[in-house]
Ligand binder design. Structure first.
Ligand code: MN
Length: 480
C-alpha cells in the first residue's frame, strides 16, 4: 500500500510550499474518503494516491497533482467543488471538474447511452477538454491506468466494457499525443479483459520466445557495443520487448505466424546527436546486411504524432533477423512521454518545436501566439483556435476556427468537397458558409457531377480547401 510519504518523496522537484499544499490535499481526501473501500479491499484513498504518483513520475505540476488527489471528491463524497475552489484555487477546481465531467455520461433522462453514442460523447468531451487544458487528459489517462490495474476486482461485464473503451478511445488518444509508452501500458492492461482467449493463446506462444530472443540479443548487443565504441560514439543499447497487445495487432496482419515478427524484442540505441544516429545506422549496415524495404527514416519524415527514429532490420548474428531502432535521447523522451515530456524540464520555457514537425505545424496554425504564451502556466494551448467536429459515424475532424462545411468536406476527400451541395449540422440544414462549432456533427449532402464554386474561396479556412478549389477552377479555365 502506498503512503503519503511515497508521493512526497517522488515530488521533491516541487518547492517545499507546494509540497505542503499537496499534503493538505491528501489529508482532505483521506478524511473525505474515510471508511470507504475499493472493490480490491483497499481503502479508497489508495486510488487518488496512485493516480497522483503516476503523474508525479511524469513530473507534472502542483495543480495537476493536487487535482489528482481530489479528483473523486465531488462525485463520491460530501466535499463539493466550491470547497475545493475555496481551499485550493480556481485552477485545481477547474481540473477536478474537467476529470469528473469526463467520467459520467448519461442522457438527460438518466438513461445510460448506448455504446457507440457513449464513445462519441467521450471523444467529444475529451477533445473539448484538450482544447481548454491538456492536463485534464493526462489526469484522465492516469485515472484510467490505475482503474485498469485493479480491474480484476470488478464484475465481468464491467471489466469488458472498461477494457474495450480503453482500447478504442484512451490508448489511441495517448498515441495521438505522442505518449507511446502510456499507450502500450494501457493496451497491455486492457488486453486480457477485452480478448481473454486471444490473450491466453498469445502468452502461451510468445512468452518462451521472448526469453530465447532476449538471450540471443545479449550477444548481439555485445558485438555492436564494441563496434560503436571503436567509432568513438557514445551510445546506450537496450533490449526492448514489444508490448503484448501491439504484438497481437501485428500478428493479425501476418497470418498469426510469430516467426514473421522480427521486432518481438528489438534493440534500441540511444545517442546524443542526430548525426550519431546515421553513423550508427552505417555501422550496423556495414556489419550486417539490411532487409530491403525495412529501413525507415522517421527522423527525416516523422510520424504524424511526432515520433522520430531510424528503424532498420538486418540479417544479424547466426543469420537471424533483428530490428534496430536508433534515436537521440530527446527523440526517445518524446516517444515515451509525448506531450507530457514538456513538463519534464520545468526551467524550459519554449517548446522544441523545430525538432517536432508535428508540433511545429500546430504552432504555425496559430502564428499569433508566442512560444512564451504557448507554455503559459504549464498549460498547453495547442488546440486553441482549433475546433473538433464529428462525422455521423463519430470520427473526429480537426479544423481551424471559423471553418465551414466545405472545409469539412474537403478534409474528408477532395471529391466529397467538389460535389458538396449542402450540409446538415446536428440534423439541421445550414448554409455552406456556416461557421462550425466544437462538437458539431456534420453530414454533407452530395450531388453527382457537382463542382466547386468560385465564391467558396471567400469563406473557406483550410489550406487544403483553398488549394483544391483553386486547382479545379484553373483547370476548368484552361480547358475553356
Ligand atoms: Mn478516479
Amino acid at each position: 500500500m502506498l503512503k503519503l510519504q511515497d508521493l512526497l518523496f517522488k515530488t521533491q522537484y516541487l518547492r517545499p510550499q507546494d509540497q505542503k499544499i499537496l499534503k493538505e490535499a491528501y489529508l482532505l481526501a483521506e478524511k473525505a474518503h474515510k471508511g470507504v473501500f475499493r472493490k480490491s479491499g483497499e481503502p479508497f484513498i489508495q486510488h487518488p494516491l496512485n493516480v497522483a504518483l503516476k503523474l508525479a513520475n511524469l513530473n507534472l505540476d502542483r495543480p495537476t497533482l493536487v487535482a489528482a488527489l481530489l479528483h473523486d471528491l465531488p462525485e463520491d463524497t460530501k466535499v463539493e467543488l466550491k470547497e475545493i475552489e475555496d481551499k485550493f484555487g480556481k485552477e485545481v477546481a477547474f481540473l477536478v471538474s474537467g476529470v469528473s465531467k469526463l467520467g459520467y455520461i448519461r442522457l438527460k433522462s438518466g438513461r445510460f447511452l448506448k455504446k457507440k453514442e457513449r464513445q462519441i460523447e467521450i471523444l467529444k468531451r475529451m477533445f473539448l477538454a484538450m482544447a481548454s487544458d491538456l492536463r485534464v487528459i493526462l489526469l484522465k489517462l492516469a485515472d484510467r491506468w490505475h482503474n485498469l490495474e485493479t480491474l480484476k476486482y470488478l464484475p465481468l461485464e464491467k471489466q469488458e466494457k472498461i477494457a474495450q473503451e480503453t482500447l478504442e478511445i484512451y490508448a489511441p488518444l495517448a498515441y495521438r499525443l505522442g505518449m507511446g509508452e502510456m499507450k502500450g501500458i494501457l493496451e497491455d492492461l486492457a488486453f486480457p479483459y477485452a480478448y481473454p482467449k486471444e490473450y491466453q493463446w498469445l502468452s502461451k506462444l510468445a512468452i518462451p520466445k521472448y526469453k530465447i530472443r532476449e538471450k540471443y540479443l545479449k550477444k548481439v548487443k555485445k558485438v555492436l557495443e564494441e563496434e560503436i565504441k571503436k567509432a568513438k560514439i557514445k551510445a546506450e543499447i537496450h533490449g526492448r520487448a514489444k508490448h503484448f497487445f501491439s504484438l497481437y495487432k501485428k500478428l493479425e496482419k501476418y497470418d498469426y505466424d510469430l516467426s514473421k515478427i522480427y521486432d518481438l524484442v528489438a534493440l534500441r540505441i540511444l545517442v546524443k546527436r542526430v548525426s550519431d544516429c546515421y553513423a550508427v545506422l552505417g555501422i550496423i549496415h556495414k556489419m550486417w546486411k539490411p532487409l530491403l524495404g525495412r529501413i525507415k527514416d522517421y527522423i527525416a519524415v516523422p510520424k504524424p504524432n511526432g515520433y522520430q527514429s531510424l528503424h532498420t532490420t538486418v540479417f544479424c548474428l547466426e543469420g537471424k533477423i533483428v530490428e534496430f531502432q536508433i534515436r537521440t535521447y530527446k527523440m526517445h523522451e518524446w516517444a515515451e512521454y509525448g506531450i507530457a515530456a514538456h513538463f519534464l524540464y520545468k526551467e524550459k520555457k519554449t517548446l522544441p518545436s523545430s525538432e517536432f514537425p508535428w508540433l511545429e505545424e500546430l504552432v504555425a496554425l496559430q502564428k499569433k501566439i508566442s512560444k512564451q504564451e504557448f507554455l503559459k502556466g504549464l498549460k498547453l494551448d495547442i488546440f486553441k483556435d482549433r475546433i473538433f467536429v464529428f462525422t455521423p459515424k463519430g470520427d473526429v475532424v480537426d479544423l481551424p476556427e471559423g471553418a465551414s462545411p466545405i472545409d469539412f468536406a474537403y478534409e474528408i476527400h477532395t471529391e466529397v468537397g467538389h460535389q458538396c451541395v449542402g450540409a446538415l449540422v446536428n440534423g439541421q440544414i445550414v448554409p455552406l458558409n456556416y461557421q462550425l462549432k466544437n462538437g458539431d456533427i456534420v453530414k454533407v449532402l452530395l450531388k453527382k457531377g457537382g463542382f466547386p464554386k468560385r465564391d467558396w474561396l471567400k469563406f473557406v479556412r483550410t489550406q487544403k480547401a483553398k488549394e483544391r478549389i483553386s486547382q479545379y477552377l484553373s483547370a476548368k479555365e484552361r480547358e475553356a
